[in-house]
Design a protein around this ligand. Structure first.
Ligand SMILES: *Cc1c(COP(=O)(O)O)cnc(C)c1O
Length: 502
């Protein structure tokens, strides 16, 4: 199968090339030329497979230039050490044994290294990438540069640590991430990793990295030391495709749990930021997974809710900092892929929307496209108070603890069910462990955490709810600090060159 660009019909490359390049030179995103179909019978066969086997089954349909062995090795290396055998367990919430009518399956995507769903993709991307380098004959070492406001940094570090032919360097704002996020990053082991704090805020880090990427002189100097820059951000196809797997896997788990039969329709609810996770669900649906509606849940930065409800995408609005920071986003990059597929590959149309977006911050889609999206999507958002109250409700009704992002999804699911009376079984994407957002979760449960240290909060939440702290977070207090570099924002390029030469 070949890949093309959302902005040019002339692009035709292999999946390894798409993963290697990341972004198309025309500014577009790589998309598969066609979408492979999966028969119900094949979905049924997933039921008796392990997660790694399911991953190979789904990945091979898209990554046709990788062998089964390469895919299996990548998936094993990525998911082997997840803290549960299922890798992505589905927890079915039922009020009581008789209440089997409208089951909710919580798809726990946070059993990896950083306790958030980005691990599912960032743990396997490095292996797909290093194999892509071999396949495309790349001889240079790849240096992954990341600017992080907290979560992506650790997930990328954990994924790329000690992966052959790669190096990874993460910049974070000094004093601008939580204590836990900082500890997660500065304790990262691995011979090919560097973590540097920048005296400045996240925008300074992000701009610094962008400037380095577009600086010809730096690129030339790096090239002399046989190094090439790349990024691990969420528009790389290699980050998207592993996310399709868990929708199939969770459907199989739902069958195994006895709550649905093969072929039954379900709804899928995803707490959304950059539109990566829900786009993976869209691909699964297009491939033939029996999904009725994709429910797009936002926080009060509800650009996407407005887009799906009105057909107008408008980023010109106030930006809010919320208790769901991973969804505090006004430009959802992956939406471009949806526009491409739902206009049947009309690259001129996609280009003109994206041009309007970059020039005016706004675009309006046509009536035909709007109608097509209406058939597939439902969108709404949750306020901060609604989010907190869901955490409390779910805990008291089911004894189950959700993080703030998952709570946004559950709140929107409840709105959907009330409004449409559609009570189909639902799969809710649970994107982070509640222990990642301890303060907000404790607050929602009525506890006061003012002045309480982050690490102390972990224990407090564990005692309050009788839930186990994930090992990777629990060990942070005693892990050795390995990275103490701090630099000014003007020094970032020099630090990159120094690390590249090491
Ligand atoms: C990144 C993230 C999201 C948003 O996912 P997108 O793919 O960007 O839509 C939601 N929840 C958590 C916890 C995240 O880390």
């Amino acid at each position: 199968m070949n890949y093309t660009s959302t902005r040019s019909k002339d692009v035709k490359i292999s999946s390894a090339e798409a993963i290697h390049q990341g972004l198309s030179i025309d500014g577009g995103l790589f998309v598969p030329e066609s979408i492979p179909k999966v028969k119900l019978e094949e979905i049924g066969q997933l039921c008796s497979m392990t997660y790694v086997q399911r991953a190979v089954t789904v990945l091979k349909k898209f990554l046709t230039d990788y062998s089964d062995d390469e895919l299996a090795e990548s998936a094993e290396l990525a998911y082997d050490w997840f803290d549960v055998t299922a890798k992505v367990p589905l927890i079915v919430l039922l009020r009581n044994k008789e209440d089997t009518k409208a089951p909710i399956g919580i798809m726990e995507l946070w059993h990896g290294n950083t306790s958030a769903f980005k691990d599912l993709a960032l743990q396997i991307l490095p292996h797909l990438m290093s194999k892509a380098l071999k396949k495309t004959g790349e001889s240079k070492e790849i240096l992954i540069l990341v600017a992080t406001s907290g979560d992506t940094g650790k997930a990328a570090l954990a994924g790329f640590a000690d992966v052959p032919q790669t190096k990874i360097m993460v910049f974070y704002p000094d004093g601008g991430v939580s204590k836990i996020q900082r500890l997660q990053m500065v304790t990262q082991t691995g011979k090919n990793v560097n973590v540097t704090a920048v005296r400045g805020n996240f925008d300074d880090c992000q701009n610094g990295v962008k400037n380095i990427f577009s600086d010809e002189e730096i690129r030339a100097k790096l090239s002399d030391t046989n190094v090439k820059l790349s990024s691990a951000n969420s528009i790389n196809w290699g980050r998207l495709v592993p996310q399709i797997v868990y929708y199939f896997s969770s459907y199989a788990e739902f069958i195994n749990a006895g709550n649905i039969k093969l072929g039954d329709q379900v709804n899928v609810i995803v707490p959304t930021g950059n539109f990566g996770n829900i786009l993976a669900a869209y691909y699964a649906r297009k491939m033939g997974l029996p999904v009725k509606k994709l429910i797009c849940a936002s926080n009060i930065n509800h650009v996407l809710t407005d887009f799906f409800q009105t057909g107008v995408y408008d980023r010109n609005r106030e930006f809010h900092k919320t208790i769901t920071p991973s969804m505090d986003i006004l430009i959802s990059s992956n939406l471009e892929r949806l526009l491409y597929h739902e206009t049947s590959g009309d690259v001129e149309q996609v280009k003109s929307y994206m041009k309007e977006l970059s020039e005016t911050g706004r675009y309006k889609i046509g009536a035909t496209l709007k109608k097509r999206l209406d058939k597939i999507f439902y969108a709404d958002y949750a306020t901060e108070a609604e989010t907190a109250s869901i955490i409390q409700n779910v805990f008291s009704n089911f004894g189950y603890l959700v993080d703030t992002h998952t709570a946004v999804a559950m709140s929107v699911m409840a709105k959907y069910r009330r409004e449409t009376k559609d009570m189909l079984p639902a799969i809710v994407a649970s994107t982070a462990s509640p222990f990642k957002f301890t303060a907000a979760v404790l607050n929602a449960l009525g506890e006061n955490v003012t002045g309480v240290d982050d690490l102390v909060q972990l224990g407090k939440l564990s005692r309050r709810t009788n839930k186990k702290i994930p090992k990777n977070l629990e060990s942070l207090g005693t892990a050795k600090i390995l990275h103490e570099d701090v630099c000014d924002k003007e020094e970032m390029a020099a630090r990159v060159l120094k690390f590249a030469a090491e």
